[in-house]
Ligand binder design. Structure first.
Ligand code: ADP
Ligand code: SF4
Length: 691
């Protein structure tokens, strides 16, 4: 289909100093947990973005000196000439598709522990490092240090040119970079020309821009990535005050402005806490004070919103990290008039979480993310079917929907049977929780893809028994029947059922999502899951007027959401809703009218009145599996060649894991998989010793 002319503007070339981006799609620097340690995976992933039409494809932050060592994060690095070849590999993959390659140079200042390099951290002042409360201090840089720092940055820019990059991003953002530390009144109380007035605090950043323009500006675009607001009121940078003044003072210096808010948890807010385009109010002034192109992020997934942001004079380029992860082919799909095929980001930050635990990236919506090289998975292509088999997929949650979608794409005849009145499984239920409506995109994208497939049939209201499956006549059966939350409190901390924790006094998250409610006024939510569901139960019930106490053995509420950048936002919201939070506590028993608790530090026993909502763990809904597998002869008579459990039915986990398992099932059907082998390619080591 031809492109809708409304979107033509998105495909106009944009000049960035001496280089020209072929369109307005800028894949923002984003971490991926692969970087220098898994370079093949990183290169293939970036190349896929270029193939998908992103006019500029950037690295994640790339540290350029051992005093700013980003370990344990597996990001890119450019410490010397030895680092040029693998970065050149990324540039080549990006250039193959006519896109520009950008590199974001970073020094994390006092926000790093230098745990690999063992160098003493440096920053504007003598201060303890802020990264993980690591027990070392950053040393205040003197003027010699500053001169050296500028030299390192300049050398890195020159090496970036050697690697073939087209654009250097000079980075002052997220409260995690040296220039932003110098700029901040909080961090910088120096008495020399680099401290005091805004002009002085901005001096280092201006010098970096000048140095970079001088070193490579004749052939490379120089982009200023700059946070204009720290979202902490007068304690930090505010766009109405110093944020705006700073941009005005440097307005025409860079070849492009890439502006955002800080810190990272504000810049990459989840959909639970911010809608698409949420940064617009903060950055709207930039185009009024600079004639240079402006870009910003904001989880833009809709081409209409993108066009609107450009036409309203807010931005020239659409900068996107997460939308490019969820759909590397987003620009191509707009260009080819296939807007309905866009796999929209749901704003869950699973991608960020995997970077934050130093593991290769994954994405809830895009199961091929991070698997481009090691599994050879292409987000848009899958090989044709290996037989004329008919596949029965039982359960239309994320796992079943993804399996059916990909099997359908391969050309298999697929029947998808769903017990419920609607498809989507847990995402349909969970997207009805407060502010999680964007999660329904996991279902809607797949239903949209399946709808036109004549070889895929979806049957709702079709709960199958083992006998039904045997009688159905399929060649292969995938059980994607999900999981159920326990009511008895068993989980990580509590290893045996909590006495008295029975329905109706104990209600699981499934009960609550089914509309059941505690009988008594007050309620205790026991969160031993530590991800979002405990806080969701508290959020929902407090919002409905229940008096809620959230009890968790963790050090804080929803401790794992530290990785999804949500923890502080969640805590603030629950406190705002009046939820009492008791960290380092557990549940001992459910009494006649109350819940008995224990302080895990002191052993002190205490009580709270009310009913209990335990959020601890789920059990697989795999009741069909054993009866099907117990008699191989019966299976054979039924013509069934394989039965597999996928998604939560096999191992309850994240939605991302269920989608991945559904995808993997579809990829592997009728292929040879070595049960004893490693199911992906691994990095080849280039050793100096022992070879
Ligand atoms: P996953 O995350 O693994 O996809 P979900 O719990 O989201 O799992 O989805 C499982 C789906 O399977 C639910 O929609 C549920 O209604 C459906 N289901 C469970 N048992 C059966 C069954 N026996 N027949 C058909 N559908 C079933
Ligand atoms: Fe979006 Fe979630 Fe995928 Fe990240 S993991 S790109 S937030 S859908």
């Amino acid at each position: 289909m031809p492109r809708d002319p409304r979107y033509d503007i998105l495909f106009e070339p944009i000049r960035i100093g001496p280089v020209t981006a072929p369109n307005r799609f800028y894949q923002a620097p984003h971490c991926n947990g692969m970087g220098r340690l898994f370079p093949d995976s990183m290169i293939a992933m970036r190349g896929m973005k270029a193939e998908g039409g992103w006019g500029i494809v950037a690295t994640e932050q790339c540290d350029f000196h051992p005093t700013g060592d980003v370990q344990p994060f597996t990001e890119t690095r450019l410490w010397g000439d030895m680092d040029v070849p693998y970065l050149a590999g990324m540039v080549n993959e990006v250039h193959k598709h006519g896109s520009l390659a950008a590199i974001e140079l970073v020094h994390n200042g006092h926000d790093t522990g230098n745990i690999y390099s063992r160098e003493v951290p440096i920053g504007p002042m003598h201060r303890p490092v802020t990264w993980l409360d690591h027990p070392v201090q950053a040393r205040a840089m003197d003027l010699t240090d500053i001169r050296a720092y500028r030299r390192w940055h300049r050398n890195a820019a020159l090496r970036a040119r050697k690697a073939g990059f087209d654009i250097v991003v000079v980075y002052a953002g997220h409260d995690g970079t040296m220039p932003s530390h110098f700029l901040s009144r909080r961090h910088n109380q120096r008495g020399d020309e680099y401290g005091g007035s805004l002009e002085n605090r901005l001096r280092l950043y201006r010098e970096l821009l000048e140095d970079t323009l001088d070193a490579v500006g004749d052939t490379m675009g120089v982009v200023a990535r700059f946070a204009v607001d720290e979202m902490m009121g007068p304690d930090g940078l505010e766009w109405e005050n110093e944020g705006r003044d700073a941009i005005e003072m440097m307005a025409e210096m860079p070849d492009m402005w890439d502006v955002n808010v800080a810190d990272w948890s504000n810049d990459s807010k989840t959909s639970r806490f911010a809608p698409e385009g949420y940064q617009e109010d903060y950055i709207a002034f930039v185009k009024q004070v600079s004639s240079k192109p402006v870009a910003t992020v904001g989880r833009y997934t809709s081409p209409d919103t993108m066009v609107s942001a450009i036409k309203r004079g807010l931005v020239d380029m659409i900068c996107a990290a997460r939308p490019s992860i969820a759909d590397p082919f987003l620009p191509k799909k707009i260009e080819e008039g296939r807007v309905d095929d866009i796999r929209e980001c749901i704003g869950c930050n699973i991608c960020a979480a995997w970077n934050n635990i130093s593991a290769p990236i994954r994405c809830t919506q895009n199961p091929t993310m991070g698997e481009e090289w090691r599994k050879g998975w292409h987000p848009e292509q899958i090989k044709a079917k290996g037989s004329d088999s008919h596949v029965l997929v039982v359960g239309a949650g994320p796992a079943g929907l993804e399996a059916a979608h990909q099997l359908g794409k391969r050309g298999y005849r697929v029947t998808l049977a769903e017990a419920g009145t609607q498809a989507g499984g847990r995402v349909s239920r969970e997207s009805a929780l407060p502010n999680l409506n964007a999660w329904a995109r996991v279902r809607d994208y797949r239903l949209g893809q399946i709808a036109p497939m004549v070889n895929v049939d979806l049957y709702l209201n079709s709960e199958l028994s083992a006998q039904d499956v045997l009688e159905f006549g399929a060649d292969h059966v995938a059980l994607a029947t999900g999981s159920t939350w326990r009511r008895d409190g068993v989980g990580r901390h509590v290893r045996a059922p909590i006495p008295g924790a029975e329905f109706p006094r104990a209600l699981s998250p499934d009960d609550i999502m089914d509309g059941k409610r505690p009988k008594m006024g007050p309620v205790v939510v026991f969160d031993d899951d530590h991800y979002y569901m405990g806080s969701m139960m508290a959020d929902l019930l407090a919002g409905e007027g229940y008096q809620v106490t959230l009890v968790t053995p963790g050090l804080c509420v929803s401790s794992w959401t530290e990785h999804t950048l949500e923890q502080e936002h969640i805590e603030k919201r629950l406190v705002g809703l009046g939820v009492e939070i008791l960290p380092r506590h557990s549940v001992v028993a459910l009494g006649a009218g109350d819940v008995e608790l224990v302080n895990l530090v002191t052993g002190e026993k205490l009580k709270r009145p009310g009913d209990l909502v335990p959020v601890t763990m789920r059990l697989p809904n795999d009741v069909l599996y054993s009866p099907l597998m117990e008699d191989p002869a019966r299976l054979q008579d039924a013509g069934i060649k394989s039965v597999r459990r996928i998604g939560d039915c096999y191992g309850p986990a994240t939605i991302a894991a269920a989608v991945y398992e559904g995808h993997r099932y579809a990829r592997e059907l009728d292929t040879k998989v070595d049960p004893d082998g490693v199911p992906f390619k691994t990095v080849k080591y280039d050793l100096e010793l022992g070879g």
